[in-house]
Design a protein around this ligand. Structure first.
Ligand code: FEO
Ligand code: CA
Ligand code: CA
Ligand code: CA
Length: 597
């Protein structure tokens, strides 16, 4: 067995797992189990999961689909209770529902899908510290936020003409949140969640602004616009409905009666996430990547300071302050960046950078654009200001131990013109940047940066780099997506896309940041077939790691599933037996120590 002390998550890296393996693979000495699955009932009066007859009403009382962001929070002073917060990014109707049911009950399917989006907040209990968590049906904090939950809009764009529709002439009240991807818990205890690929839900008019955000003009994949007019931007009165998505939302998970909020001052783009940290001055700083090829990294700095213990005040912080976009400048000659990942002569892909102010809550710095226009069309504003086009910025988070900011750039197969911060042509495997704000001040407008790693499989790829750590000693890694940290400050990276690049199942890896082993990648787990590893939460003091297993079996379809995770019912038998179904179910998974507890 791997050498292991108490509460340190010692493990010996697992070998990469073939992409067809349909289970969670963990290191020796560990086991895994589900905490909650798609369809599990949250409330005393929730309908039981019935995969053959799901409706909007049944799904509204159950755990949603394709959970991505995750946090597990134990109640202070009590090791046996807590809660989880999870997003539900999107739906795969062709896996979720029988084709005959889609044909006969299309409205039910659309409404079930809308209710399967959003977030869940669920109470947890466990026997003792370090034990596996169980979810509590009917828990006091249990809540579903879905594609129909009323949100309040705040900040400078609230009430602007660009946010008004026939259903909401005030431009301040939106039904639902969509495509919530990664996220973060703020220092004041709220949850920030990014509305990412919202474009896919809307049938557009073909305006330049809609095109910049990827909104198409034909039928959408899910055809919600056939059931609900608001998803059809060509329907009179609904031209602005898509402007009401693409925001950072803030939710108070402790109060299930609170109205969730869309914070317009953090800009509108394909927010991967929003992660908050407190600057030395006390100002709140939120980092957020725009996950698109050649899009940007943003940060927000609040005007006012965080007041410890005053949640009411702290929930006003994101409505006043400054929104910035990042420009990265390399310190090596452009001629030394060869596009193949060869290190420049100074031995590092590194340089400095600046945060370019786009707008405050009162004053726009973008020529020809008002404050509200900068916020609603943030991508167009950043285009004008010379921001650096990045290789798909995914999760961006601050390391609580060393204070540096870690940015996953998942890939960019369309990268042609390289720069020192995006140095690989056709970047298939992605990279990770370590960003240090000047003076360790998250509110600074200047920073320094260095590429921590160029991902890939050293056995087959030539453009890999692991901060100088020997390539032959790392776990292969591709398409970094979410990042997290353990209590010692090691970086944990989950992946989205390894099966299609290096041929292994998506994974969770630990990366050492300090000392002679800086850059060492050690794989901790692998997720089931076709799934993406999301929302890693590393509780090393509890010897536990949590991941969201998102979209297992995504390459299959009803009648030809490629995954039966986690119920594994015989596909030749009945579709449903009790609460188990012969179809894949996205789930929250806990990995726990079975030897040292
Ligand atoms: Fe939903 Fe950028 O991953
Ligand atoms: Ca350099
Ligand atoms: Ca993601
Ligand atoms: Ca992703």
């Amino acid at each position: 067995a791997a050498p292991r002390g108490g509460g340190k998550l010692d493990y010996r890296a697992i070998a990469p797992v073939p992409r067809t393996v349909d289970t969670v693979t963990v290191p020796e000495g560990y086991d895994w189990g589900t905490v909650i699955r798609w369809g599990d009932p949250l409330f005393a009066d929730s309908e039981e999961f019935d995969i053959l007859h799901q409706t909007g009403a049944s799904q509204a009382g159950q755990f949603g689909y394709n959970n991505d962001y995750l946090n597990i929070i134990s109640d202070g002073g009590n090791d046996r209770s807590g809660y989880l917060v999870s997003n539900h990014e999107y739906t795969n109707e062709y896996i979720m529902f029988p084709p005959a049911y889609i044909a006969s009950n299309f409205t039910d399917v659309v409404d079930a899908a809308i209710e399967a989006h959003g977030l869940s907040i669920v109470d947890l209990k466990r026997a003792k510290q370090g034990a596996k968590w169980e979810y509590v049906r009917g828990g006091r904090r249990n809540r579903r936020i879905t594609g129909t939950t009323p949100f309040t809009v705040t900040g400078p764009a609230a009430g602007h003409a660009l946010l008004k529709t026939v259903e909401d002439p005030t431009g301040t009240r939106v039904l639902g949140t969509l495509n919530n991807c990664a996220g973060g818990t703020t220092p004041w205890g709220t949850v920030l969640s990014g509305e990412e690929n919202f474009n896919q839900y809307f049938k557009g008019r073909g305006t330049a602004e809609e095109k910049r955000y990827g909104i198409g003009t034909g039928s959408t994949e899910r055809r919600w616009e056939e059931v609900h007019d608001r998803f059809d931007l060509t329907a009179p009165g609904y031209e602005n409905e898509a402007n009401r998505f693409g925001w950072i939302v803030e939710i108070d998970p402790e109060d299930p009666t609170s109205t969730p909020v869309k914070r317009t001052l953090l800009g509108r783009f394909k927010h991967e996430a929003g992660t908050a940290v407190v600057a030395p001055s006390g100002q709140a700083v939120v980092y957020s990547g725009d996950d698109e090829r050649h899009d940007y990294l943003y940060k927000f700095v609040s005007a006012e300071k965080v007041v410890e213990g005053d949640k009411k005040h702290n929930m006003t912080l994101l409505d006043e302050g400054t929104l910035y976009v990042a420009r990265f400048t390399g310190d090596s000659p452009a001629s030394e960046i060869d596009g193949r990942g060869t290190l420049p002569s100074d031995g590092e892909f590194d340089g400095s950078g600046e945060w370019i102010a786009l707008t405050t809550d009162r004053k726009s710095f973008v020529p020809g654009m008002s404050v509200a226009e900068v916020l609603v069309y943030t991508r167009l504003a950043a285009d004008k200001m010379g921001a650096t086009k990045m290789d798909r910025p995914e999760d961006v988070e601050t390391n609580p131990v060393n204070g540096k900011v870690y940015m996953a750039l998942t890939n960019n197969t369309r990268r042609t013109a390289v720069d020192e911060a995006n140095p690989v042509v056709g970047n298939r495997d992605g990279h990770v940047i370590e960003l240090t704000e000047r003076g360790g001040d998250h509110a600074s407008t200047r920073f320094d940066w260095v590429i921590l790693l160029l991902a890939g499989d050293p056995a087959v790829s030539s453009s890999v780099y692991f901060s100088g750590f020997p390539q032959e000693k790392v776990s292969p890694i591709s398409c970094p997506d979410n990042v997290a940290f353990d209590s010692a400050g090691n970086l944990w990276i989950s992946t989205d896309g390894q099966p299609g690049t290096i041929g292994f199942g998506d994974a969770l890896h630990k990366v050492t940041l300090d000392g002679p082993e800086r850059g060492r990648v050690e794989q901790f787990l692998s997720v089931p077939r076709d799934a993406e590893t999301c929302g890693p939460v590393v509780h090393d003091r509890d010897n536990s790691v949590f991941v969201n297993v998102q979209h297992p079996g995504e390459n299959g379809m009803w009648g030809a599933h490629t995954s039966y995770f986690p119920d594994y019912l015989d596909p030749a038998g009945p579709v449903q037996v009790g609460d188990k179904v012969a179809a894949p179910r996205p789930s929250v998974v806990q990995v726990f120590d079975v030897t040292g507890n």
